[in-house]
Every structure is written in C-alpha cells, then in structure tokens.
Design a protein. Sequence first.
Length: 101
Amino acid sequence: MDGTSYHGMGEVIEQNIEPIIKTQEAGIKVVFVTGRPLNAKANKFKENGFTTHEAVAIGYNGALIYDFHEDKVIASNPIESDTVRFAFKESYKSGEGKDLI
C-alpha cells in the first residue's frame, strides 16, 4: 500500500479510491498489503469503501491475513512476546532502541 495506493506512511491517495472500488465491483479480488496494523487510523479500509466487496488484507509485516468481507482472520503468525522483549532489550543495549522502551 505505502507508496502505491497510499502516500508513504500516510492515507490513501484520493485518485486511487474509485479505481480500487471499480476493480472490486468487476469481481477482481483486491489484496491490501502493509507493514502497519490493519486497524491503523490511516488505513481507512471501511471509510474508503474497500470492505464492501471481497477484500483481503495482509498486515503487521505479514503476521496477519484478514478477510474484511467475511470479518475473520484467515491466518495469524505473531512473534512470541519473549522474542519481542529480547529484540527490544538488545536494540536498547546498542543505543538504537532508547526511544522505544
């Protein structure tokens, strides 16, 4: 999404809304892929009308695949919390993660 359908780290590019919806109305499956959480405010999947037709989204850098039309998780592969804690602690030691803890 970022840099294609959406402004990098921002909201949808206005000119892309209608073509995406028309594509969905034509029966073509649209898959949104983002590193963001799928419920991030900037995504605005529902507000932009992208969830009216069949729409799948992959978020959290691939850790979650969600079907908006069916309102269900297709697949989920989160990182274990112990692994995340370890990564943050290691980044903090190197000085890279001081803003994150």
